[in-house]
Design a protein around this ligand. Sequence first.
Ligand SMILES: Cc1cc2nc3c(=O)[nH]c(=O)nc-3n(C[C@H](O)[C@H](O)[C@H](O)COP(=O)(O)OP(=O)(O)OC[C@H]3O[C@@H](n4cnc5c(N)ncnc54)[C@H](O)[C@@H]3O)c2cc1C
Ligand code: SF4
Ligand code: SF4
Ligand code: SF4
Length: 382
Amino acid sequence: MLANKSQCCGCEACINACKFNAIEMKYDDSLFKYPEINKEKCKNCKLCEKVCPINNKKVEKTKVKLVYAGYNINNKTLYKSASGGISYLLNEFFLKNNGIIYGVAYTENYKSAEYVRIDNLNDLIKIQSSKYIETNKNNIYNVIKHDLEDSKNVLFTGLPCEIGALKSFLKKDYYNLYTCGLICMGPTSQKVEKEFIEYYENNLDSSIKYFNVRSKVKGWGPPNHIELIFQNDDKIIKPFNETAFGMAFQILSRKSCLDCNFKITNTYADITIGDYWGVDKNSEIYNKNGVSVILVHNDKFNEVLNQLSNLKLIDIKYEDCLKNNEMIEKSRILDKRKKKFEKNFKTKGLIYAYKKNNLWYKRVVKKILPKKLIKIMKGVKK
Ligand SMILES: Cc1cc2nc3c(=O)[nH]c(=O)nc-3n(C[C@H](O)[C@H](O)[C@H](O)COP(=O)(O)OP(=O)(O)OC[C@H]3O[C@@H](n4cnc5c(N)ncnc54)[C@H](O)[C@@H]3O)c2cc1C
Ligand code: SF4
Ligand code: SF4
Ligand code: SF4
């Protein structure tokens, strides 16, 4: 059996395994995509079930051997990364040493995102920064297998469930495969990005030419900032959490992300990276353009980390990075607003759901808080 809907992480390993093109990802009522088997094409070979990472859950617990904080000392490239640019530095190292990297890029119109194979430095920028939506995996696990069998050094960076999917798909260890997992609270639906961008495109009568949910025009968060630039050069920069996209990211996730099977003690990754939220501004490792945490699970990356010349790195305590980043160990909690938000989104669209939710919020706040306090808060906002 394939994973049930409460567990299926949408990794698409099953689709990659099926030699008869019998599986397709289809949106269900929850606004996320799930695999659907075409019974007429299916030959009942069960390959899809064998590669499903939910059917091959990790038994042995993963350890965190070393913990670092660090960033890319080249401010120009750090600026374009989501956090401290560790992923950028690793990707750059592999490309400079004839390796192949895999990561996530937006499609041309920015309305969806997909895994891509990169073999040259010019294309590295395409995968920089976080894309906060569900991605299309395409044929990526098969392509990676081909590179590995071809003795290429491969660096795969992805969400922990996708690393689980890759390892489950490959069925054996490869000396030339390096995996880097992102700390993950779970992406939102692709439909969010599409409707969000289209809303502005229609209002401004211009097509999008740049989109980033982790823009650093106002520095590295919190708060994070979203940046949109249009063909007519109109620009929108807003605190991420105050936008319809930000609200959807908080509220709308796959069911599997509420009980994630790939948190730090169950990860298949060789290293895990994320934001060093809460880093002391007076600390030697603080950088206003971003600081990362790096959790090392085995020796695979030892030599690589030693050879990154643009990396500033210090040892930190595990508790220090955990303090402000619960998602390392825990799954996100079901947001009470989800049912209503989802219903409004499905029937009347993202912007309506966002406005309706904001209105409800304002009414509740007004009821609870005394008028005087609201006046003071409004004053602060201005
Ligand atoms: C959906 C999502 C949720 C996250 N939640 C948290 C969190 O709760 N706490 C936390 O500390 N960090 C979280 N992160 C990780 C964080 O946003 C950064 O991606 C991470 O710190 C790497 O930053 P960097 O500067 O090293 O990478 P960069 O140099 O900016 O490179 C970005 C890397 O991320 C990969 N990537 C981008 N989008 C995706 C995607 N959708 N799926 C898979 N890979 C992708 C790219 O391929 C590239 O390798 C999340 C990331 C995503 C995509
Ligand atoms: S059982 Fe075999 S043929 Fe059927 S969907 Fe799964 S992999 Fe494809
Ligand atoms: S392989 Fe991935 S997409 Fe397919 S059923 Fe399992 S978890 Fe879901
Ligand atoms: S929270 Fe877990 S299941 Fe959800 S996308 Fe992240 S790694 Fe996958």
